[in-house]
Design a protein around this ligand. Structure first.
Ligand code: NDP
Length: 338
């Protein structure tokens, strides 16, 4: 018998998640059945979408139930296999969630390609977040040479990829991040301009960094960044709406007045394209194209990435809460086993 330590949802948060919303449990796992494998989790991805799944709210996916193991992308090692596709010892990408071991159907797993890079990159730069950036730009943002692309949460796995792809397409990349250290990192990544959204003169800095307006705003955060960006969007600008992390812990709408009519007016008068998307929409048909283009560029260092690794499942809750407040610096990963 294998014992799994897991973190389950104990209660639904009101606002920012706290330790009381989670509970650690242990469970004896049954042996894998036909077509299943026993996995040991090595790395767990922490992603902002998990906060939405803690609420019992209408969304693009069902909420996590109370008592259910927290969900999440994982890199795992196969310990035992009752499926011919996987030998013990191989590394797989899966969705085992916040737990040390699990029994999974083999058909829900993907072998990790040998890129010469650490396996954890399958959770970030070469995984779901990197693909999200690529798919949002390819299908919606469509940056053209000389255009200005703006993205916030720009040192994270989605935003840093948005900026670097924008530059590959010949566009100007303007990154927005929280704090001077993150802003300095954006310059190292090759962003043409970088702005601190915590600065008092944030709006003036944005105006100075976008003298020709904004052609593509890759929306990761919402909140006051969106308020500052909206008046600067050019005619025919495209806005892939990817995430609204500034609002994920909100418990009410912002104070009035209701600005929805002004927003619609701006969309009309500037002929804006504002298009939400969830990356799954494109994953089945476009992941190969993403990896074909981007994996070699990551391998040769042309595209750079940064991971923020937390050691131990015990520290996952604090790391997750911190990520939602910007305390992560790079792709948030929990390292669970070597
Ligand atoms: P990050 O690792 O970048 O973490 C979130 C970051 O958001 C924080 O580090 C912080 O960065 C920033 N942030 C938090 N609060 C605020 C705020 N009030 N104002 C401005 N920035 C804030 O996350 P990811 O790269 O994984 O994800 C980025 C976005 O993409 C999220 O909204 C996520 O939900 C979305 N997403 C959407 C997908 C889809 O299919 N549509 C798939 C994957 C991700 P800083 O300190 O720089 O402010």
């Amino acid at each position: 018998m294998t014992t799994s330590t897991r973190i389950v949802l104990a209660s639904r948060p009101h606002g920012a998640p706290t330790a009381e919303n989670f509970r650690t449990e242990t469970a004896e796992l049954r042996p894998p059945g036909e077509g299943e494998v026993l996995l040991e989790t090595l790395d767990l991805s922490l992603d902002p979408y998990m906060r939405g799944m803690m609420d019992d709210a209408d969304s693009y996916t069902a909420p996590i139930e109370i008592g259910q193991t927290m969900v999440g992308g994982t890199v795992s090692r196969v310990l035992e296999s009752r499926d011919p596709s996987y030998e013990p010892g191989v590394l797989v990408l899966g969705y085992a969630g916040w737990q040390t071991h699990s029994v999974e159907p083999a058909k829900r797993l993907t072998p990790i390609r040998d890129t010469g890079l650490p396996a954890s990159t399958a959770l970030g730069v070469l995984g779901m977040p990197g693909f999200t950036a690529w798919a949002g730009l390819e299908n919606i943002g469509k940056p053209q040479p000389g255009e200005t692309v703006v993205v916030a949460a720009a040192t994270g796995p989605v935003g840093s990829m948005v900026g670097q792809i924008a530059r590959l397409r010949g566009a100007r990349a303007v990154g927005i991040a929280g704090g001077t250290e993150k802003v300095a990192h954006l310059h190292e990544l090759g962003f043409d301009a970088a702005i601190n959204h915590r600065a008092d003169d944030f709006e003036d800095q944005l105006a100075a960094a976008t003298p020709d307006g904004i052609d593509v705003y890759f929306e990761n955060v919402g909140g006051k960044v969106w308020d500052a960006v909206l008046p600067r969007l050019n005619t025919y600008a495209r806005v892939p709406v990817c995430g609204l992390v500034a609002n994920y812990n909100s418990t009410s709408l912002p104070d009035g007045p209701d600005r929805s009519q002004a927003l619609l007016g701006r969309i009309l008068k500037r002929s804006l394209t504002v298009r939400g998307f969830i990356q799954n929409e494109f994953a089945a048909t476009q992941t190969d194209a993403f990896l074909t283009e981007i994996a070699p560029l990551v391998a040769d260092g042309s595209i750079r990435y940064r991971e923020d690794v937390t050691d131990g499942l015990d520290n996952a809750v604090a790391a997750f809460a911190g990520m939602l407040e910007g305390r992560n610096f790079g792709k948030a990963v929990v390292h669970i086993a070597d």
